[in-house]
Every structure is written in C-alpha cells, then in structure tokens.
Design a protein around this ligand. Structure first.
Ligand code: ADP
Ligand code: MG
Length: 315
C-alpha cells in the first residue's frame, strides 16, 4: 500500500473489508449493495454531511472525525427510535494520504462495530475534505416530531451545553488542562446517540428529536410540526458540568441555544408523565406545551428570557 493510494486502492484497503452484518446480501464492490429489508416495521434513513473548517478543524484527528460523522448520523436514527442496520460513506479528500485514511477507517469501523451497523457502500472523490454518511435503520415504533399536544411535558434526555462550550477548546481558542481538553474532545467528537432512552420512552412519548442545532431551535421544530407552543424554564435545564467549568456564566445560554449535544428533546402527555418518571432514565422535565403559534418562550426564575444565541443555521 503506497503513501498515496489511488481511488480503487483506497476503497479496497480501507473500506471494502468492513464486516457485513445483518441483512447484507451483497456489500461493497458491486454497483449497488443488496440489502434484505427487515420483515417488521419501517426503514428509517437519514444523511448528514460534515465539512472541514465548518463542522470540524481540517487538522483534527481522523479517527475522531470519523467517529463524529457516524455518531451524528446514528443520533438521527436514535431520535426516531430506529435500530441501526447499514450506512454508506461519501468521502471527499483533498489528497490521498494513507496515514490519514488508516486512522479514519479504523475510527469509522470501530464506531460501526460498537453500534452494530455495517458499511455497505459509498463514493470516493477528490475535493475539499468532507464526509457524508447515510444511515439506514429499522423501526417498529417511530418517534416523530408531529405528535405532541397541548399540556404535554417537555423533557431533555441529558446534560446540555457541553459540545458548545467545548468548541473554543476544539478550535484552539481556549487553552485548558489536558484532562479538560480530553473531556472537551469527548463531548465534541463522541456524542452519544440516545438509543436506550428512545427505546424506553417510545411507549409514552408523543414526539422526539435529537438536539443538533440547540434546544430552542430544535424544540421549535416540534412546535411547528405539532402546531403547539412551548414554555421552557431555564432554571430547570440540566446544564452540563463541563459547560459550567468551561463557560461559567455563559453555560446556561449555551445549554439553551448551543448545538451538537445530540441529547433528545421529547414530549410526554400528562397521563404518561408518571410512567416516564418511573423509568429512572435521568431525564429532566424542562417545560410544557400549550396551544398556539409554534413559539418557544423561555423563562428564567419567572422572568422572560431572551436567547443571546440562536440555533445554528447554514444560510
Ligand atoms: P461505481 O463506479 O459503480 O459508482 P465505485 O467505483 O464508485 O462504483 O465504487 C466501487 C464500490 O466501492 C461500490 O460498491 C461502492 O459502493 C464502494 N465504495 C466506493 N467508495 C467507498 C467508500 N468511501 N466507502 C465505502 N464503500 C465505497
Ligand atoms: Mg457502477
């Protein structure tokens, strides 16, 4: 294997040996993969692109980039209560660098093995570094955005603000001790898709999504799809301890407005709240839905609170 493998060597040496799991009739190497659809439920599919310089620094650890690329895609499956099955990878590389590719593919395939998902195809091209992954999963009880109703409680599945607070560390703008640097890298590159929580709440929740663009912005999507409004009480937010130590007084607004945590935001009808609380999932009730015009209103200790940071928008 040379230091600058060609397109076909890249596929053969770094990706074609990916283990082929459940439902893979024919994997990498032909014009298409052949996949056996599960007999139960529906297929769920989603795609996310990570662009160097926008979603991660171009010189970041390739294994970490790979982990993040797959994990953020898996998070969409988790948010839908879908079990991961397969994924494809469109890789655009500025140069062919065997060292980089070795680290990238080992990070990718290790993450794939951890979550039981098989790489079944892709595309390899030259250009500015970007990684597009499409995931496919199966769900029998999907958690959609459009099922929420007035009076439902709003929940966050876990700590918020860590990834947003980690960003200046990741970008090299904030110097911190090695241990904190490590925590920041974990928060940013290794978000945890919330499969277990999604499965546990799927009998009770009326809607759910994963928080990629920030709690306020993403909750607004539930409100729009479900034709309701939300009141959230910021003193209840589960602000991550990493966000607190990195961002201090700004941690609360990062928890409300910052993205990239990939926790779930979900809603539960009043008669199901007790069942959800009994599950002991470590989830936090942060507000309530009411009738209205798809607005998210934020309160802090009884006072209206204005978000200083809007959710991330590309255009
Ligand atoms: P075609 O020319 O028929 O589109 P390619 O030469 O692009 O096929 O790819 C050959 C095989 O390798 C296909 O099965 C394709 O899905 C797979 N492949 C290409 N690039 C990747 C990649 N980055 N990761 C995984 N599989 C890949
Ligand atoms: Mg072809």
């Amino acid at each position: 294997m040379g230091a600058s493998p060609g397109e076909f060597e890249i596929i053969r040496d770094f990706f074609a040996s990916a283990p082929q799991g459940e439902g893979v009739v024919l994997g990498i190497g032909d014009d298409c993969a052949l996949l056996q659809a599960p007999s139960q439920g529906q297929l769920a599919t989603s795609m996310d692109t990570l662009v160097a310089g926008r979603h991660f620094p171009a010189d970041a650890d390739p294994a970490a980039i790979a982990a993040r690329a797959l994990r953020v895609n898996l998070s969409d499956l988790a948010a839908m209560n879908a079990r991961p099955l397969w994924f494809t990878l469109a890789l655009t590389l500025p140069e062919s660098d065997a060292n980089w590719l070795r680290k990238f593919s080992s990070g990718l395939l290790q993450t794939a093995a951890q979550f039981g998902v098989s790489l079944v195809g892709g595309d390899t091209t030259a250009g500015p570094l970007s990684i597009t992954i499409q995931v496919i999963g199966q769900t029998a009880r999907p958690l959609r955005r459009d099922g929420a109703g007035c009076g439902d409680s709003i929940y966050a599945s876990g700590p918020l603000g860590a990834a947003a607070a980690a960003l200046p560390v990741i970008l090299g703008d904030q110097r911190v001790p090695a241990e904190v640097q490590h925590q920041a890298e974990r928060a940013f590159y290794f978000p945890e898709p919330q499969f277990a929580t999604a499965a546990a709440i799927s009998d009770f929740a009326s809607s759910a999504l994963d928080i990629s663009d920030g709690l306020i912005a993403d909750l607004a999507h539930i409100c729009e799809s479900s034709h309701v409004s939300a009141d959230i009480y910021l003193e209840r937010l589960p602000v991550s301890s990493l966000a607190q130590s990195l961002a201090g007084a700004n941690a609360l607004s990062l928890s409300a407005g910052g993205g990239d945590d990939y926790q779930l935001c979900f809603t539960v009808p009043p008669d199901k709240v007790e069942s959800v609380e009994k599950l002991g999932l470590g989830v936090t009730a942060i507000g309530t839905l009411s009738a209205g015009d798809a607005k998210v209103r934020c309160w802090h200790n009884g006072e209206p609170w204005q978000a200083p940071t809007a959710g991330y928008q590309h255009f």
